[in-house]
Design a protein around this ligand. Structure first.
Ligand code: NAP
Length: 285
């Protein structure tokens, strides 16, 4: 009998995670199958209890449940607790253990794109779960400053206070704060859904605020080239999309569930093929 893995979230209809994992399982001839389940608001408790009752090997959690799911788990590892969000759960002898592999997704992105953060200034747009995973990861690289710009200023303040108030500086989402923060920045990160399909014509930052010395990392992978990345490319800045992060977090989850080294290149190729062929949708990991 195949062991079950799955994704829970809302919506999950267009997720590329099932293709990414199932291709890896088929190729390595592993006895697992990965499905996705749309869990409607109010049903998370029942969904997690059900998954435990049927003894799944594990599951991924995506928007909007990465924080809420913590309340239904038996243990949460230190990094996930620090980040305040769980995207991967392992069922170990009927005990549900939560992890955050988005942190490894960000780390993978830095490594594959030769992004070195020591003594550099970083600007992060957003203060949600993905931004928190990014700030957590960036701080381990000893940057000079991490500016967190968020629409709800209070949340930016909270992240800065919680992670490292000496290095992190919260800012409200205004043209002036963006302009000031980007002056000496090396890395700009979009950790908001602004620019994601079907809203691909939007960007929180206009072309006039970017400069060629910047590296721009947009966590969005659908579309592969967001408006923000198009602007960055046009002015000659380095651009990085969300694919390496998506595959990095997926590969780390794969290893946690199976103990087997993930076929990273195959998973990345599968994701790119899927995104290029399926085209027009709004998707989550
Ligand atoms: P989240 O927890 O819901 O946080 C969303 C953040 O975006 C919040 O800071 C929110 O600001 C801000 N935001 C939302 N709509 C906005 C708007 N119209 N204008 C300005 N700010 C806006 O979501 P998340 O989990 O952090 O995910 C954020 C993005 O990262 C998504 O696009 C997701 O697809 C992407 N992501 C990618 C990967 C990957 O593997 N590549 C992994 C995780 C996430 P407020 O606080 O004001 O609401």
């Amino acid at each position: 009998m195949k062991k079950l893995l799955c994704l829970i979230g809302h919506p999950v209809k267009h997720s590329v995670s099932p293709s990414m994992h199932n291709k890896a399982f088929e190729t390595l001839k592993m006895n697992y199958v990965y499905l996705s389940f749309d869990v409607y608001p109010g049903n998370l408790d029942d969904a997690v209890k059900g998954l435990k009752a049927i003894d799944v090997r594990g599951f991924n959690v995506t928007i909007p449940y990465k924080e809420e799911v913590i309340g239904y788990l038996d243990h949460v590892d230190l990094i996930a607790r620090r980040v305040g969000a769980v995207n991967t759960v392992v069922n170990s002898s009927n005990s549900l253990i939560g992890y955050n592999t988005d942190v490894e997704g960000v780390e993978t992105t830095l490594r594959l794109n030769s992004i070195k953060l020591y003594d550099e200034e970083i600007v992060v747009l957003g203060a949600g779960g993905a931004a928190r995973a990014a700030v957590f990861t960036f701080l381990s690289h000893s940057p000079r400053r991490v500016t967190i710009i968020n629409r709800t200023f209070e949340k930016a303040k909270e992240v800065a206070r919680e992670f490292n108030p000496e290095i992190c500086r919260p800012e409200p989402l205004t043209r002036k704060s963006i302009q000031e923060s980007l002056k000496n920045a090396y890395l700009l990160v979009n950790a908001t859904p602004v620019g994601m399909k079907p809203g691909e014509d939007a960007s929180l930052i206009g072309k006039d605020l970017l400069n060629p010395d910047l590296t721009v990392f947009d966590m969005i992978y659908n579309p592969l080239k967001t408006k923000l990345l198009s602007y960055a490319e046009e002015i000659g800045a380095k651009t990085v999309n969300g694919v390496d992060m998506l595959v990095g977090q997926g590969a780390a989850s794969f290893k946690l569930w199976t103990g087997v080294n993930p076929p990273f290149k195959l998973m990345r190729k599968t994701v790119l093929e899927e995104l290029k062929t399926s085209g027009q949708f709004e998707g989550e990991s």
